[in-house]
Write a protein that binds this ligand. Sequence first.
Ligand code: ADP
Ligand code: ZN
Length: 738
Amino acid sequence: MAEAARVLIDGPSELVFSYGIPSGWAVKPGCRVRIPLRKGDSTGTVLSIESADDLKFKLRPIKELIDPKPLLTSGLLKLATWTSNYYGCPLEQVMRALLPEAVRQDQHSAKEQAVIAIATPPSAEELAAIERKAPRQYAILSLLGSSPDPLPLKELGGSGIRSSLKALIAAGHVVSQQQAVQRDPDKFETFVASQPLQPNPEQQAALETINDSIHRQETKPILLHGVTGSGKTEVYLQAAAHTLEEGRDVLILVPEIALTPQTVQRFKSRFADTKYGVAVLHSKLSQGERFDEWHRIRNGEARIVIGARSGIFAPLPKLGLIIVDEEHEHTYKQDQAPKYNGRDLSIVRSQIEKCTIVLGSATPSLESWHNVQTDRYHLINLKKRADHQSLPLIRVLDMRQESRKKFKEATFLSERLREGIQKRLDAKEQVILFLNRRGFARSLTCPTCGHVCECTHCSVPLTYHRKEERLICHICGHQRITPQQCPECHLKGIHLQGYGTEKVEEVLQKIFPKARIARLDADTARRKNAVRDTLKNYQSRKIDILLGTQMIAKGLDFPSVTLVGVLNADLSLHAPDFRAAERTFQLMTQVAGRAGRGDLDGEVIVQTFTPHAPSIQFARHHDFEGYAEQELEFRREFRYPPYTHAAVITSRSTHERRAEFTLQNVHQRLKADLPEAILLGEPLPSPLTKAHGQYRFQIMLRSHNARLLSSYMQEVLKRTPPPDDVHVILDMDALDFS
Ligand code: ADP
Ligand code: ZN
């Protein structure tokens, strides 16, 4: 029987063609192949194998089987197809997430390098002669002599030393060899093996349920709802160990690798002395490192993988357990095409691979909570902090009434919080201050005409950054020199309004001159290793006050933090988004969760102008269920997620009218045959009306039938191609409505 392979060609055109399989070749789905394309050739991935017997014409044959073993498992191919269908994006685009560039191009496969080793060392006289006559040869010999291992040619000076090396090889003093290289991104760090902790009764019960599910290969998702500090990570570690002992692999997704160094460290330490390798996938890997890590995973050398959202595509051959830590985090949603949600895909993958899936959080998403209530998910609770600490006391301070007169320059700091900080500094305890706004001040405002300096490309005020003496756009990065007078009415007196982390840092240093203060936000984190170093210094108590944006809200476990201050809880509350309250509740709870993790009790002070907002009050009482109940009522009434799936179609263009017109056109077509189960919104300017120089318009659609919603939108968009200068973007299960 003749066989043909359906091949997805690499590249943006989304081409799928069939090719003949030369007899005797073991071509399977997931294999990478070189195939003829038009007059040249190209590379691609085999999607499926079918019979070629009925074909009337002869197929061009595959030219080369690049890897003898399929690179992609059939499970991953299925996941890719699912992703492409559901999110309405080309399969090739998804494939780029599955097979990163580094893996597609085989030039990184040069896993060997030339190394130089000492063969017969020269005698003392010989050496003295070499030193006199050939200083370069002498330098090479002394370098090699002082190194315990052979040295890579590169480190000896590369091709520049070729003639000297030749002479040394000819004299028999050194040899050149090929040696495999392992580009281990963590090679400069050592991990001390850690032992499992004795689980407390709640953890024990959780582990029994999870291990049982792993053993029986159950796919009903498990929601692990554990308060901050309840020991969820310890549960993950022991469940992972159990999975490995059963001969299967473990995938752990975290919101952001750079911000969760402690989680990565705990996994690396726990499995440091075992035969199971740990691979960490993150965006900072070099092409070569990515290639190595990918193949270590594919070959079964690394059986534990930790990654951010794209880690869901890690090529683990025998998945037994997927863990999604902080499952409520919005960073699981990719903000560029393909706009998939790593958490949601992990559920799809668990069903494809028949493995256990655990979603963990102290503040589960309402989607997951709703799934528990409708019995689609299994719930496990960890209600107490591990090791008997109590949850911190949360005080809500009404900033409308707080006396702030004493420190005029510090309107952001209530007296209560100031005293709290002083007390901790005196007691040599640590403080975390949280403010979700970076920069020096919010904006430059003219008191006479009310003019606010805005970005010329985006419809947002520019933020003043003191260090650079610039106004910077937080959307597109556009920068401008700070004007001395109002650009509008030309009067002097234009001044800064509001405050950001940079300003707070400066003022704090004035109020607490002896305190060692560090700031972590998108600006300071730009320096390489800045996050890691700052957290390390904080951990070793070289820093007293850590000030930061949401970067410091989650995952950190520092036992000597006894005070957490939230400078302005209202910032996330007033976002134009139906999830604003949910986000505020999550942020409050997560930030508060950083306090009181050691032997000392923790206190949290929340400053707000809206002290009675339900999300703040429920967070104050550590009452997730109460919060979820009232929020779900609102969502049900207005048919918002989780009672529906929400999607957004956005048009963007530098021509305002054309962006608007295109979307109106799409809207009309959507309306024409609208299925009853779909709620169609009006085309409106996006809340962020302009970004990166492009005007934006959007339509929101909702339906309880996700499949129907997705396919209907795709079908309409397919027959409504936009003009060349307008982009139309589909975002299924959107989280960002700006
Ligand atoms: P979570 O991930 O739920 O916020 P962690 O896993 O970070 O909680 O645990 C909080 C702290 O409690 C950590 O310092 C951890 O080492 C400790 N811990 C967890 N489980 C136990 C246990 N069974 N016995 C003692 N300490 C524990
Ligand atoms: Zn801008």
